[in-house]
Structures are given as C-alpha cells and as structure tokens.
Design a protein around this ligand. Structure first.
Ligand code: FMN
Length: 401
C-alpha cells in the first residue's frame, strides 16, 4: 500500500479569490506527496497570484489561457481532462461555482471539468454573505447532486475582517478529503474499519486525572491509512492534542468506560477493529465531586478498580487487532496478550523510554499473527506502520471471504 497521491495526475484549478495564496501551499504539498500537478489559473486568479509561483513548485507549465498556442490545452483542449485522476478547484469562487452548475466551458478550468470523468472536489472561498446567497446555495446543491465533493467553507475570520462561513478549508484538511477521494476504489472499499486512539483519562476529582503518555498519533495514522484505502472509517479517540482527520467519522471519548461503549456499538457490523488506544486498566473506585484537599499529616490513599477489558470483550468485528506496549519481554508478553484476548493480530511495540514512541511520528513494531507469523518491521513512519497493519488485515479478510 503506497501514498494515494503517488504518480497520480491531479488538475489544480485556482480561481480569483484572496485565498489563492493557499493554493500554492496545496500545490507544494501535493507535489511532495508524489502527485503530478497540472495547475490552471483563471484570469482573475492571476490578479492574486503569479503563475510563476506554481510553475516553480509543480515543475510543469501552468495554464493561464485557453487559446495560448504554446500551451498544452490549446493543442489538445481535453488532454488534461482525460489524464486527470482527480480535479480539485481551490479556492473556488462563487463565479466558478455558477459556471460549473450551468455547464459553461469558456475558460480552461470549466472546460476541463466538463470534459473529465475524474472526481471533482471544490473548496469554496468567499464572503459569508456570498456563500449564503440563495443562488450560490442552489448551485452548490446542483453540483453535489451531480457527484461533486464540496468541502468547506469553514467559519472563521474573512478577508473583510468579519467572522463568518466563507473561509477556504485548511490545506491539511483538504488533502485528507483528496486522499479519501483517490482511495475510494482501493483495497478496503466497502469495508468498515473501527480504530481507537489516544490515552484514556480517568478522573480522580474535578482537577486530577489518571492517564498515560499515548499521543494518539499511531491510531490517527491507522485511521487515515484506512480512509486512504477506501474504508468507511470510524475513529474513537481519547486524544486531546490532535485535530480531527478529514473524511473520517470521529467519536471523542474521555474514559475507558465511554470508549468501551463506543467500541461495542461501532464494531458490531465492522470488518475490522484496530485498538491502538492506550486504555487505562484502572480507575479511581470513588470519584470525589470536590477537589481533594492537601492533608496536613497522612498521604492520601487512592483505591483503584478495574476497567472493562475492551480488547477481550469487543468481538463484533470480523478481524480484531490489538496493540501491546511493553517495556520488557516484548514478544513473550505480546504472544500471551494475542492468545488471551482472542485477537487475530497483535502489534507489539517497545515503549521503554529509549525508544521514543510516545508523541513521535515514527514507530518500530513487530506484528504477530494468531496463525503463527512474526513480522519484525524496521523503524518507519506511523503511516507506513499503519499501511503494513492494514495489509495484514486485508489478507485476513480475503482469506475469510
Ligand atoms: C479583492 C477581491 C477579492 C475577491 N475575493 C473573492 C472571493 O474570495 N471569492 C469569490 O467568490 N470572489 C471573489 N472576488 C470576486 C472574483 O474575483 C470575481 O467574481 C471574478 O470574476 C472571479 O473569476 P473566476 O471565477 O474566473 O476566477 C474577489 C474580487 C476582488 C476584487
């Protein structure tokens, strides 16, 4: 499983909005992810940003005029449309939305949209009053009905200085939506994958908590990789420092009990449950409704009770994957956990402090299968670890169908 952008032909249309500067960042990120990016700028867009910016980033000619005899589009006016794996217009003006909804083709972007069978993603950006206008809403609905994916706009500070819904979606989130679009027909298409992430938080009193060092990054990477391979993905998370990934159903929970309930419900009809969360095995037996005061003499005594064992008890999904974070006897303990929890796969990672797993973007894991295999992976990005785990999940699902 590779990056969904690798060697993909992406047409990036840029239209005349203040948000044009964000398109340069988008173009750069797509190129870094391995895509071949053909950029088209409308005449209005060229008032906001110079074509040279995109030419330098994409290392390809930029199309600015339908009838420029030197440009590819003038030689073969539907060439870009035919080779595109995806067309994204970011930012998309009210004007362009109107043109696309009406089927006009009098500029290189609208012409390409009409001539392509590739998925179309629009990221509108405009003043809030413009986006709320009945005609814009009608046009948006029309385009959605025809299969276009419209992401944003989001609420925030607008160029006018006012706050409203009209801001172009952030580039990171937009890339998530593009990933999901490109992965729609991949290996996990039609599958439901439930992923847990983060360290659960158990209250002791209104200010004190019991938790652990898990950042949630591993679980988020699995959820994103599942989405990028076409899965309908549900992420149940206790992480507090990460932003929600795009095109994924995200359920926020705080403690183990709530995560347990959410997992049981979501995994009932799932193809796989991947439990990357670091759940608290214990919680305070009695939660104080008031802050426990510092005593004058004796140290306070905290009585703990056991939390539900989510991995052992969640048996609704076809495939169950657990994680074992160990500081000693990694493989032995992981094997015991695999057997005792009835999991199909166990991902073992050494979390002793010298390994720097918590909060890191990389991980070094060993995957153990209930059928006996042991795969010791080198250190790699958490996204690559996620792809390796999902590859194993795909194999198990195939064998079982
Ligand atoms: C300073 C300035 C900022 C603009 N920003 C936007 C915008 O964010 N969104 C939008 O829909 N139109 C915006 N417009 C209007 C468009 O540029 C105008 O409708 C233009 O015809 C769009 O052409 P295009 O869709 O072919 O790029 C802005 C105009 C000006 C002068």
């Amino acid at each position: 499983m590779k990056s969904p952008f690798e060697n993909k032909n992406i047409v990036l249309g840029v239209t005349g909005s203040i948000a044009c500067y964000k398109a340069a960042d988008l173009c750069s990120k797509l190129v870094q992810l391995g895509a071949n990016v053909d950029v088209i700028l409308t005449e209005a867009a060229q008032k906001f940003i110079n074509p040279l910016t995109f030419k330098s980033i994409a290392h390809r000619p930029v199309i600015t005029n339908l009838y420029d005899p030197e440009s590819e589009i003038a030689m073969a006016h539907v060439a870009l449309a035919q080779r595109a794996d995806l067309v994204v217009i970011a930012p998309t003006t009210a004007n362009m939305i109107g043109k696309l909804a009406s089927g006009l083709a009098d500029d290189p972007i609208s012409l390409t949209v009409i001539a392509t069978s590739a998925p179309l993603v629009l990221a509108p950006a405009m003043d809030a009053n413009m986006f709320e206008a009945a005609i814009v809403q009608e046009n948006v609905l029309k385009l959605k009905k025809r299969g276009a994916t419209i992401v944003g706009p989001i609420t925030g500070r607008l160029a006018s200085g006012l706050t409203g819904t009209g801001r172009m979606i952030e580039v990171k989130e937009l890339i998530g939506h593009l990933s999901a679009e490109l992965g729609k027909n991949s290996q996990l298409a039609g599958r439901k994958i439930v992923v847990t992430a983060g360290g659960t938080i158990e209250s002791i009193d209104p200010v004190r908590i019991l938790t652990n060092r898990s950042s949630g990054k591993m679980g988020y990477a699995i959820a994103e990789a599942a989405r990028d391979n076409g899965a309908n993905t549900v992420l149940i998370t206790a992480a507090t420092q990460l932003s929600d990934p795009s095109a994924i159903e995200v359920i926020h929970v705080e403690n183990t009990e709530d995560m347990y309930k959410a997992v049981i419900k979501a995994s009932k009809n799932a193809d796989a449950l991947i439990m990357a969360a670091a759940v608290s095995d214990y919680k305070a037996r009695l939660k104080s409704p008031h802050k426990i005061k510092k005593g004058s003499s004796n140290s306070p005594y905290l009585e703990l009770e056991t939390n539900p064992d989510i991995l052992a008890e969640a048996n609704g999904a076809k495939v169950k994957v657990g994680f074992a974070a160990e500081t000693e006897d990694l493989l032995k303990n992981a094997r015991i956990k695999l057997d005792s929890k009835g999991a199909d796969l166990l991902v073992a990672n050494d979390v002793s402090s010298s390994n720097g797993v918590f909060g890191s973007d990389t991980n070094k894991v060993t995957i153990i299968g209930s059928c006996g295999f042991i795969e010791d992976l080198p250190r790699m990005s958490k996204y690559s670890v996620a792809q390796n785990i999902l590859h194993r999940v795909v194999e198990i699902l195939k064998n079982r169908s």
